[in-house]
Design a binder for this molecule. Structure first.
Ligand code: OOG
Ligand code: MG
Length: 256
């Protein structure tokens, strides 16, 4: 085991992110724990913001059984989103800027009031200004999209892109909405928002506990991705992806 320094691990991930050249799992060469993994993620994002990226919000991962089983990781994780990951609804994902991207159907919240401590179910709605459907693009920097819990956290939870629908009334009942991910006219995944921790609002509550434990405030104006309701699907150049979600707006994206 080579045991690289934290900075060397950050640099490896950063290089993979920039070059679109996947790397071997860091945990195979170096030992680091959960706290170490979040510390690597923080430094990686610091590097990205120093290069001009702006933090736009956060995401939770492995909030559904379907995702946990697909990836073999059974603990909730969180990562950071930046403006360079944002893709306009109806916009394009350039395959040349990816390694092996996958799409997943999600729910996003627009934060209306700073969250700096754990919030309760009864008050959760008062912290959001809008809700919408979202397509998250994940693109692990690890070869074959394979990782341990610590690896994926260090790699900013595979974050790569996100598309948002128009914001809807935060009071919209989103506990059991039907989601349908369609690629080139064919339904490739479908499920219910109920798969996301029983109700996507629970992702906001979990985020308020876990992020603030790490000293992070979820600021007004930021977004939170609640986690995928179904397994993720690999994308190919030429694909047209659509997400339909009852009550919320349909969104789409083209892979070029
Ligand atoms: C990690 C990210 C998981 C989700 O919605 O569950 C995630 C991965 O699967 O690569 O974004
Ligand atoms: Mg996701």
């Amino acid at each position: 085991m080579s045991n690289l320094t934290e900075q060397e691990l950050v640099d490896k991930l950063h290089r993979a992110y920039k070059s679109h050249d996947p790397i071997s799992q860091l945990s195979l060469e170096s030992k680091f724990n959960l706290a170490g993994a979040y510390s690597i993620q923080k430094s990686l994002l610091l590097k990205m913001t120093e290069e001009g990226d702006q933090l736009t919000g956060y995401k939770l991962g492995f909030t559904s059984k379907a995702k946990m089983e697909q990836m073999g990781v059974h603990e909730l994780i969180w990562g950071r989103l930046t403006d360079s990951m944002f893709i306009q609804n109806g916009g394009e994902l350039n395959m040349n800027e990816c390694i092996h991207p996958r799409a997943e159907p999600e729910i996003a919240f627009l934060i209306g009031t700073d969250i700096s401590g754990p919030i309760k179910r009864e008050e959760a709605l008062s912290y959001i200004e809008g809700v919408t459907s979202a397509i998250e693009i994940i693109d692990s920097r690890y070869k074959d999209f394979k990782f341990s819990l610590e690896d994926v956290i260090a790699d900013n939870c595979s974050s790569s892109g996100y598309v948002l629908g128009d914001w809807c009334d935060p009071q919209t009942e989103i506990g059991d909405l039907h989601m349908q991910l369609i690629i080139n006219g064919e339904t490739v995944q479908e499920g219910s928002t109920h798969a996301i921790l029983g109700h996507p609002i629970n992702s906001l509550i979990e985020a308020s506990k876990i992020l603030t434990k790490y000293g992070v405030t979820i600021k007004k104006g930021m977004i939170l991705l609640a986690g995928a309701a179904t397994p993720a699907v690999y994308l190919n150049r030429g694909d047209h992806i659509e997400l339909n979600c009852t009550k919320l707006n349909s969104i789409s994206l083209a892979v070029i």
